[in-house]
Write a protein that binds this ligand. Structure first.
Ligand SMILES: [Zn+2]
Length: 150
């Protein structure tokens, strides 16, 4: 699989900042684990999301998926990069479910994780979810190439 796209330092800073701001809007009364995410879409726009929990635990939604669904609902079809922020001492990477959702729209996405501490991680979706199942396995073109009716 191809390497993750290069994201400029200015865009990285924009993503990290949007993810950090989004974490403040997390609805996490049960876990107390606030997460913010921001995605860089194919258009160049940034979409943010936070985790949203529910008293019925199985209905909780991660920040990464909130941000991606926000982007797709706005007409985007490609995710270039995903930034995650947690107010923790060390960075947190997307969970397995989010990795699969990222795969749908950003098989070559760059993944960044920052935290309250000074450390950060930058990797790729391919490194986090190698040999992933995707639209091609169902005989469908990658989501980014699909024509969207508007
Ligand atoms: Zn997740």
């Amino acid at each position: 699989m191809a390497h993750a796209p290069t994201v400029s330092s200015r865009t990285r800073a924009r993503l990290d900042s949007a993810a950090r701001t989004a974490a403040r809007r997390a609805y996490a009364p049960y876990s107390g684990f606030a997460v913010g995410a921001a995605v860089l879409a194919g258009s160049g726009k940034v979409y943010a999301g936070a985790n949203v929990e529910n008293a019925s635990y199985g209905l909780c939604n991660c920040a990464e998926r909130t941000a991606i669904f926000h982007a797709i609902a706005q007409g985007e079809s490609q995710i270039v990069a995903v930034a995650v922020y947690t107010p923790t001492p060390t960075p947190t990477l997307p969970c397995g479910a989010c990795r699969q959702v990222i795969r749908e729209f950003g098989p070559y996405a760059t993944i960044r994780s920052t935290c309250k501490g000074s450390g950060h991680v930058e990797t790729s979706l391919d490194a986090l979810l190698p040999a992933a199942f995707g639209p091609e396995d169902l005989g469908r073109p990658p989501a980014a190439r699909r024509v969207t009716r508007r």
